[in-house]
Each structure stands twice: as structure tokens, then as C-alpha cells.
Design a protein around this ligand. Sequence first.
Ligand code: PLP
Length: 391
Amino acid sequence: MNLMQWTDQELQTLARKGLRRELRQVRGRQASRIEINGREVLNFCSNNYLGLADDERISRRVSEYLMLHGFGAGASRLVCGNMDAHVALEEEIARFKGMEACLLFSCGYMANIGILSALLTRSDVVFSDRLNHASLVDGIQLSRAMLKRYPHNDMKALEGLLQHTSATGKRLIVTDSVFSMDGDIAPLDEIVTLAEKYEAAVMIDEAHALGVMGENGKGLAEHFGVEDKVAIQMGTLSKAAGTYGAYCCGSKSLIDVLRNTARSFIYTTALPGSVAEAGRCALEVMQEEGWRRQALADNITKMRQLLGKAGIRTLGQATPIIPVLVNDNEVAVKFSQQLFEEGILIGAIRPPTVPQGTARLRLTVMATHTPAEIKFVAETMVKIGKQLCLI
Ligand SMILES: *Cc1c(COP(=O)(O)O)cnc(C)c1O
């Protein structure tokens, strides 16, 4: 079989399983309403939780920066690409998170593969939640550390593994803060207790928690009051912060090691300074406008209540990610298509992103959705859910 035959066959296989994906094209602004294929729809599938992705203050700051400094960073940070904007953003993130030091990465995917492959070796063991994000899974594989996966959020199982696994090297527990496809949170309070008892370090991925969880939006570590017990705190600026880029916070020495050894930091061109400037502006707005987190929380409660009362099966808890379990791949796609016809954009999530037989709609709410929009979406979901015999 040659490559052409193989790719044709692959596509047919994907289509037969209802797993072939296509890109939709967005025109105009990235907001709570977006234009897709020439049609304006309500956007209920974005990670832009606080509505900052098209914030004019950020755009203005970036424009000003660009006119002064240009776009490209020219080289990696360690060569000559380390610009004022990168350093200023790292300082601001460290200050906001109350951590000693911070290192920027180009994106969350690169952060996770870089952090894990730099900090773990063949003689270490890593305990990883079964539903952790793909970038954590890939980072662990790259590190060649021994992998012990525990069932999702199962603390008994985690303790059993911690008890019965010995390693010559280090031990690390790794977890998402807010699980991106299930919309639930890790029991971080219990995880840090187990970590102390069994002498393991903890790494969290706050991608969906920064700006959302905790009294000041610092993330799940703040929510549980365990900020000083989580050695490696990674997060992204691409979700609630509405911009792009990712960070790792930790001790001075941890960050210094990463700066020297994380391959996805070293062997790549620095983020454009304007992107770092956008992130810093977004952090400022996030801190100034606490109403956004409050509005988001209100919308989460309202949407979960409306769906729950109508008998729709949702997963997760008090997070902006509200998965509606459908199970069958094709029914999930049909549900999503019918919603689109009603002017609502909610994506169907299928394997391999989620386990076989657990296809779902992944509905996300934003701070900028109006009460009328929340109500309309809930009612429309109930209507279609009934037509598809899901209720
Ligand atoms: C989105 C996401 C990432 C990747 O971040 P990007 O900046 O989009 O590359 C990593 N971890 C989790 C849990 C995520 O949801």
C-alpha cells in the first residue's frame, strides 16, 4: 500500500466510525456570537470564558506595541529573542500567582511536553489521572518515566499506587485542575495530602482554571488554599485570558532548571513580544474586572440548573465546561448539527478525545452570555434532546 492509498483508507475508516472532523471557518470577532459559514450563531463552545479574546484594550495595547517593536522575536529566548515583554509578563504571572518564579512557553501543549520531559527521567515514576490532557500524556511519554495511571479522580486508587510503587528516583503526581472534557475538578486538597504522606511532588495544569477558579481567579490551587503545596503550577493564557501562550510557575531553582533543559523552550523561537504584551494586558483586565468571574459563575449556575431540571444528563460540577452525555458518536454529531440549524454552536466531542461510547456535546458558558441567551440555549437543547430520544 502506498501513502495515497493509505490516506484514502484512513479517511474512509474515520468517516465510517463517525469520527471524521472538518474545520469550520469563523469570520469576524471571536465573541459570544460569531459568524460561521456566513451565519451568525450563539457561541457556546469557546474557552474564552471571560470574553476577553476580542477585548479592545488588549487590541489597542498590542497595536501600540507592534508599532514600536515590530512583530517577530528573531530567535529563541536564549539566543537574542528575550524581549522586555517576555520578562514583564513572567514577573506579572509570578506576582499574581504568588510564586517565586515563572517561565513562559509558546503554548500549553509545548509547556507540558517541555516541563515533564525536562523534570522526569527513566528512573522516576509519575502518577497521572486517566483523563489528563493529551499534552500531559505526551510529555510523560517523552520523559520515559514509569507511568502509573489512576482512574479519574480516584483517590483510593492513587493511594494504592503510591503505596505499592517504588522508584529509585523522584515521584510526581500530575493532574488537570479542571478536566477539559468532563468539566469536573481534581480533588487537589486530597492529592496534596497524599503527596505529603508518600513523598511525591505535585504538578497541576490550570489551563481551564486560571481566571475561573479561586477567589481571585488564580486557579484551583487557590480554590483549595494549597498554593504552597503544589510545586509545579502550569497554566495557559489561551483560555479565560483570551490571548495566547502558557507558563510554568515554581521555585527559582525549578524554573532555572526548565530554562536550561526544557527542549520546547530552548529549541523554538520566542513568542512575539506583542503576544506576551497581550497576555499581560489580559491579566490586568482580569484582576480589575472581578465582575467577569462573577457573571461567569452566575451563568454556570443558571445553565446547569436549567438543563438539570429538564432531565438532561450533564457531567461535572461548577465549572464553565458543561458536557452533555450522548454516548453515540452519530447522535452527538446530529445533535450538534440540529443546534447549529437553530443558531447555536456547540461542538460534538468524540473518541479519541473522549473514551469510546462516551461521545458528548461540550457546552461552555461565557461571562458575556446574556440571561436570555442562556435560557434560549437550554430550551433548544431540551427540544432537540427530546426529538433524539435522549430525555
Ligand atoms: C488547552 C489545554 C492545553 C493546551 O494549551 P494551549 O495553549 O492551547 O496549547 C493544555 N492542558 C489543558 C488541560 C488544556 O485544556
